[in-house]
Design a protein around this ligand. Structure first.
Ligand code: COA
Length: 355
């Protein structure tokens, strides 16, 4: 039976480090508050005008490709997950192809818009293509440049302190080695709470969903005969261009859905939480990961956490964390590795991989 294996993994974070103390200088927050509520000490920010989700994704991809022992030209499908694309359109998939210098191969490129669960969704999509034999070297990238779109005033502190920039990538290949590879992926969504964690401008909503934000919002659309605008001066003047998050609400949903979707994957394979060697959760908040680990009866060492150094890097967080775990020798042949994510949408999912 054909299964999907991770043949190579790479990650990249920009050089610039921004500590909690640095943020303290521009907004009313403290290192203590941030560490106590989220576990985060510092995060990395991309170099202005030089780095984007595409360029960071390309650096991570080059490492993954080299470690897989293939050449860029062997890649036969690109999947790119991000919520912070270089352009509104086209997506980062084609830009990555160009950045890697392989446009002449004319391989397909697919963009995934699933925020924190983007990597797990991408893995599931890739897994289906590998199992059917359609592609043999899928490059899956998760990359984010949050620093471009955050509110660095006190107004935006609950969101801004959490997020960081970075990228991770894997090369996925078929394997027929008994028992090895991706055993299963489980995906879910519930759009009821789409606006609980969202950046809605610039967007093509035209005010249609305003009431879902819980108030009658003025977006400042000018009177025009046809159409509306993606963005208005009013949105700039009133701070409507930044991500919004109902933190406590997201927290409550996350601690419910993480264990649920992990158990669903385990049950489907007749496995239990005790079979997990390493859980690599999306790095949303250290408190969330600790809660999930405890709930599953895992020791702290079995739950990979690096949010302290990178913040929440959304679609990049799982591949960066997994890459670190592999580099640290924390994943051995035969280990059961569980990936799990929850985020904006809400969308969530899990994957079980026999290493
Ligand atoms: N620094 C200092 N104070 C802050 C702050 C900051 N960066 N951000 C918020 N606060 C304040 C709030 O204004 C509030 O003050 P008030 O009580 O005077 O109104 C107080 O801290 C508590 O805010 P609240 O939002 O209730 O805090 P919390 O304990 O829920 O922690 C989060 C906030 C964001 C850390 C937490 O809700 C969380 O982690 N949620 C999940 C977020 C997440 O995982 N997002 C990504 C999903 S993939």
């Amino acid at each position: 039976m054909l299964r999907t294996k991770i043949a190579g993994i790479g990650s990249y974070v920009p050089e610039k480090t921004v500590t909690n103390h640095d943020l303290q200088k521009v907004m009313d927050t403290t290192d203590e508050w941030i560490q106590e509520r989220t576990g985060i000490r510092e995060r990395h920010y991309a170099e202005k005008h030089k780095e984007t989700s595409t360029t960071m994704g390309a650096r991570a991809a080059e490492i993954a490709i080299e470690r897989a022992g293939i050449s860029k030209r062997d890649v036969d499908f690109i999947i790119f997950a991000t919520l912070s694309p270089d352009y509104y359109f086209p997506g980062c998939g084609v830009l990555l192809q160009r950045e890697l210098g392989i446009t002449d191969t004319e391989i397909p490129a697919l963009d995934i818009r699933n925020q924190c669960s983007g990597f797990v969704y991408g893995l599931s999509v890739a897994d289906q293509f590998i199992k059917t034999g359609m592609y043999k070297n899928i490059l899956l990238v998760g990359a984010e440049i949050h620093s471009m779109g955050l509110d660095f005033t006190t107004e935006g502190r609950n969101v801004t302190v959490i997020f960081g920039d970075g990228a991770g990538a894997v090369v996925l290949q078929p394997t027929d080695e008994e028992g090895k590879g991706v055993l299963t992926t489980k995906l879910h969504s519930n759009g009821t709470y789409a606006e609980k964690l969202a950046m809605i401008n610039p967007g093509a909503h035209g005010g249609y969903h305003s009431e879902k934000m819980g108030e009658d919002i003025d977006w400042g659309y000018p009177e025009t005969e046809y159409g509306q605008m993606f963005i208005t001066q009013h949105m700039f003047d009133n701070g409507q261009i930044y991500p919004y998050m109902d933190g406590p609400f997201v927290f409550k949903m996350a601690v419910q859905k993480f264990p649920e979707v992990i158990m669903e994957a385990l049950h489907s394979q007749s496995l239990t939480a005790a079979d997990i060697n390493l859980l690599v959760p999306h790095q949303a908040n250290l408190r969330i990961s600790e809660f999930v680990g405890k709930k599953l009866g895992l020791s702290p060492a079995q739950v990979w956490s690096n949010i302290q150094r990178y913040g929440n890097t959304t679609a990049a967080s799982i591949p960066i964390a997994l890459c670190e775990a592999v580099e640290a020798g924390a994943v051995k042949a035969g280990d059961l590795v569980c990936l799990a994510a929850f985020g904006s949408g809400f969308t969530w999912g899990s994957a079980l991989i026999r290493w």
